[in-house]
Design a protein around this ligand. Structure first.
Ligand code: 13P
Length: 249
């Protein structure tokens, strides 16, 4: 077991509106009580200011879902790390499988995004995970190691400051979750890999994501190398998200 606090991060993806965000976060803040874990919500960029206000004074941290590889300039539509920082953003997802899949983000792009976040003082949550095809071919380990190696290669000196999220693509939004044993096996591989590159391996948290819900969270979170969760659909329902938060201890 690792002594660090677990991290439960909600990823709203492209969901929400001003009214729904307010009622969701009011309910989550109300139900937090003495949560034993760290909590964050990754929200669409236009809602960062609203969410920063709604969670201020609570234990919930604000996260963004993406960040530009560029520092500033003529990059229409992009949002820089320093802009996120101005809105109190503590974490940013980089390399989510939906970004890799639908926006063609390569391992190198993901590594550069992590670098931008770190330079701005924002913790990147680096997402790795294999597709169904890669899973069925037995390539899981090779794929996640390659994805993480790129991030380590570019950010080795501050690798202890990252969070890693293992999200098997076949489990994202499918209702099909990795078994606790499958998750633990991949996390153990990732642990060995980051530990070899880090001066403070104990700080690094490894999250599991992919159809984590109120019913399966406790078992996944009980695995020795699962230090938290990255929650999609279930983070949009206050009761479910709270149940996951309270399962993390
Ligand atoms: P679901 O929890 O909806 O499967 O999404 C997982 C995810 O992609 C979190 O980033």
């Amino acid at each position: 077991m690792h002594s660090k606090k677990k991290l439960i991060a909600g990823n709203w993806k492209m969901n929400g509106n001003l009214t729904a965000n307010k009622s969701l976060l009011t309910a989550v803040v109300d139900g937090l009580n003495q949560a034993q874990c760290d909590v964050a919500v990754a929200v669409p960029a236009p809602y960062l200011a609203q969410v920063e206000r709604l969670v201020s004074g609570s234990a919930i941290a604000v996260a963004a879902q993406d960040v530009s590889v560029h520092e500033s300039g003529a990059y229409t539509g992009e949002v820089s790390a320093s802009m996120l920082k101005e809105f109190g953003v503590r974490y940013v997802l980089v390399g989510h499988s939906e970004r890799r899949q639908y926006h063609g983000e390569s391992d190198v792009v993901v590594s550069r995004k992590a670098q931008r976040a770190l330079a701005a003082g924002i913790t990147p949550i680096v997402c790795v995970g294999e597709t169904l095809q890669e899973f069925e071919a037995g390539d899981t380990e090779a794929v996640v190691k390659r994805q993480l190696a790129a991030v380590i290669h570019l950010n080795g000196h501050c690798i202890s400051e990252i969070v890693v999220a293992y999200e098997p693509v076949w489990a994202v939004g499918t209702g099909r979750t990795a078994s606790p044993e499958q998750a633990q096996a991949v996390h153990a591989v990732l642990r060995t890999q980051v530990a070899a590159a880090s001066e403070h391996p104990d700080r690094i948290r490894l999250l599991y994501g992919g159809s984590m819900n109120a019913a399966n969270a406790a078992q996944l979170l009980a695995q020795p190398d699962v230090d938290g969760g990255l929650i999609g659909g279930a983070s949009l329902k206050a009761a479910d998200f709270l149940q996951i938060i309270h399962a993390a201890r």
